[in-house]
Design a protein around this ligand. Structure first.
Ligand code: MG
Length: 296
């Protein structure tokens, strides 16, 4: 099942995307509830309730897709340095304030978060905040969406708590990430979390072994399998839930593979006019243009 959030006839809706991805059917729920996107549906299922009735299909091309979780219930949990080749790339870039000589591969998952308000849709602009940072980088990531909540979840049971997956671009201001010795600020700027194009349920998508790719202006920059994650999805859930109760709709971005902009010498930062396309097999793609934003 694919669940999308979108605007149709000027009204927020949430609906189910057809198997051929050409049409979508609204769930029969009030606009106020639909404004929460797929979160409303994930929570309904987590309560063990039946899904709302579906209305007549309309062409997918007739709606404006939003992020499937346009208003996440709380910060997005993110994992740093979770692919071997990227961990080495980042440590060697000079931007990793946590890098230790000979200790580039983390021994435990590195977690940080992004504020919910930085989420934008699958075709929305990524804004370069002129005067604040122009060292803006892209990171394609498989994002896990929690279905059934819990605390103290063991790795062996963790997949029972996964509702499904989506794509997240963990956009980053590298200079802020480096200077402030902590990643929250440089990862949470407005527009720094493009998400979409929809949620795909776990029964339709093998998150443990799918290919993730990122293109900038058509140039392939990242291309890796989630089979190369240092810490698996069950391990990430076990670690996160040990002390923090997880709730339906919580989002965990699993880390990005090698090929980010700071891996190049000189770095290839995003600039006005660029287009970032990120795709994950079995989910779809998001494609976000980049523009300068003068906020001062
Ligand atoms: Mg990341």
């Amino acid at each position: 099942m694919k669940i999308a959030a979108y605007i149709r006839d000027g009204v927020p809706r949430v609906g189910q995307v057809s198997a051929d991805m050409k049409s979508v059917q609204d769930f029969d729920i009030p606009a106020l509830v639909a404004g929460r996107g797929a979160l409303a549906i994930v929570e309904t299922q987590a309560r063990g309730e039946n899904l709302p009735k579906l209305l007549a299909p309309v062409a997918l091309s007739s709606v404006k897709l939003k992020a499937p979780m346009p208003q996440p219930r709380r910060n997005i949990f993110c994992v740093g340095k979770n692919y071997f080749a990227h961990a080495r790339e980042f440590a060697g870039s000079g931007f990793d304030s946590s890098a230790k000589a000979g200790g580039d591969i983390p021994e435990v998952p590195i977690y940080f978060t992004k504020v919910p308000e930085c989420v934008v849709g699958p075709t929305d602009f990524i804004e370069i905040p002129l005067g604040v940072s122009e060292a803006i980088d892209y990171e394609v990531e498989l994002a896990v969406v929690i279905g059934k909540g819990g605390k103290g979840i063991k790795a062996a049971d963790a997949m029972q708590h996964v509702w499904g997956y989506t794509i997240i671009n963990d956009v980053t201001a590298r200079d802020w990430q480096q200077r402030h010795l902590q990643w929250h600020l440089g990862k949470s700027f407005d527009s720094f979390c493009p998400m979409g194009p929809w949620l795909v349920s776990a029964d339709e998508c093998d998150g443990a072994n799918i290919q993730v790719r990122c293109y900038v202006n058509g140039e392939l920059r990242q291309d890796a399998s989630t089979a190369d994650l240092i810490f698996s999805i069950p391990k990430l859930i076990e670690t996160l839930s040990a002390g923090i109760t997880l709730y339906p709709g919580d989002i965990i971005a699993t880390g990005t593979p090698v090929g980010v902009g700071i891996g190049f010498k000189p770095p290839k930062y995003l600039k006005h006019g660029d287009v970032v396309r990120q795709e994950i097999d079995g989910i779809g793609f998001i494609e976000n243009p980049v523009r300068n934003s003068s906020i001062r």
